[in-house]
Design a protein around this ligand. Structure first.
Ligand code: GDP
Ligand code: MN
Length: 370
């Protein structure tokens, strides 16, 4: 990525990794009961450096302690180089003693039928639409693989055979920073709260990627006698125009229930969306799709805001509020000012005021429900 090159150029180095035990005290002596959960990452062989970057921040903040299995998925066969570097890096990060069991890492190939045009899509039309959107400046519009990726993440990843034994997943992406060691198991938190979906960043959508998502959603709701908008969806609703406003859970961080995604009601909704062909004629992303599904199908208390997970991907950062205030828990490596200053492109810094308000709205809402 661009900023990585710029960082190298300016020799601005990442801050040191947080220690395994931070200011809040040591991690629990032993993890409690384990969930049937996997850490899931979709990636390409060429992402290997960025994948290792993610593992180097995710292991010390969570999984070095909890040791949930990793499942890597790819539409192309994994190279030996990718697989061996990942296993070697994890082993090194964990500082395993000789003879210790190797890390639990599984590499899966995505079946073609989960990553290709469905028969009802007119491919010539799709390509025309992609070119048109590209000219209009829609991000990733002309990248066919990106459309397959969004459709895969919306409707198929949870059907992969490597995930069949699991009920929960934590989605990772290449090139992520996790800050602040987590002192509890988020899967167990979701179980205890009877929740199905967890997020930690809300983001606006480029509305040109989803011109007809709102009307599609509305026709689904009216066909199924779902009141418009149901309580959770109100967060993402523009009351003036009575449409979906594009606000979404930024899905590159997601801790959620595979059973929910495999449920009949999610499947029915996905099928309805998919038959429009608009994963291709438009550029519907998996983030707004998951978000409106959660908004429509889940009760407010079933959506959990992981406010205490420090996170950065691309140009968006979330630092836990308590930790931003030095002297409460200490900064634990998640210091907005510091992150901004080492990201040399911070000029296009994230939340515009309009969306800051949306975030405040969510915080207030979450305070009532969680
Ligand atoms: P962005 O975060 O929306 O800007 O898009 P990314 O390029 O990060 O893609 C999102 C996720 O999908 C990342 O985990 C990528 O590694 C993965 N991804 C995107 N395109 C492909 C692809 O063609 N093949 C595979 N295997 N993974 C992909
Ligand atoms: Mn990404």
């Amino acid at each position: 990525p661009l900023y990585r090159r710029l960082e190298r150029k300016y020799q601005v180095l990442s801050s040191p990794l947080p220690a395994l035990a931070n200011e809040r005290g040591p991690w629990p002596a032993a993890p409690g009961p384990r969930a049937k959960a996997a850490i899931v990452m979709l990636a390409r062989n060429s992402d290997v450096d960025d994948v290792i970057h993610t593992l180097r921040t995710f292991e010390p903040t969570f999984n070095g302690r909890y040791r949930y299995p990793y499942v890597f998925l790819n539409d192309k066969p994994w190279s030996l180089a990718f697989r061996s570097r990942i296993v070697a890096s994890l082993t090194k990060i964990r500082g395993a003693e000789p003879g210790a069991p190797p890390p639990d890492v599984r590499f899966g190939l995505i079946p073609t039928e989960h990553w290709s045009y469905p028969p009802h899509v007119d491919q010539a039309k799709a390509r025309r639409c992609m070119q048109e959107m590209q000219r209009a400046g829609v991000p990733y519009a002309a990248k066919e693989s990106y459309h397959h990726m969004c459709r895969f993440q919306s409707g198929f990843f949870f059907k992969h055979e490597l995930l069949a034994e699991f009920d929960w997943y934590w989605r990772l992406e290449p090139d992520v920073d996790y800050f602040c060691p987590l002192h509890y198991d988020p899967f167990q938190l979701l179980v205890a709260r009877n929740a199905s979906y967890g997020f930690n960043i809300l983001a606006p959508e480029f509305m040109d990627t989803i011109p007809s998502l709102s009307t599609t959603l509305e026709s689904y709701m009216s066909a199924h006698n779902i009141p418009t908008p149901p309580p959770t969806l109100q967060l993402m609703w523009d009351n003036q125009t009575d449409t979906y406003n594009g606000l979404h859970f930024w899905s590159n961080f997601e801790i959620a229930s595979l059973r929910w995604l495999r449920s009949a009601e999610y499947a029915k909704f996905f099928k309805f969306l998919d038959q429009t062909g608009n994963f291709y004629y438009e550029r519907w992303g998996d983030a707004p799709v998951h978000s409106v599904a959660a908004g429509m199908l889940l009760a407010p208390h079933q959506v959990h805001y992981f406010e205490d997970v420090g996170y950065r991907h691309g140009d968006r950062v979330h630092c836990p509020a308590a930790k931003e205030k030095k002297g409460v828990y200490g900064p634990c490596g998640c210091d907005l000012e510091e992150i901004k200053s080492r990201r040399v492109w911070w000029g296009k810094w994230v939340y515009k005021d309009r969306w800051r308000n949306e975030l405040e709205r969510w915080r207030a809402w979450a305070a009532v429900w969680q």
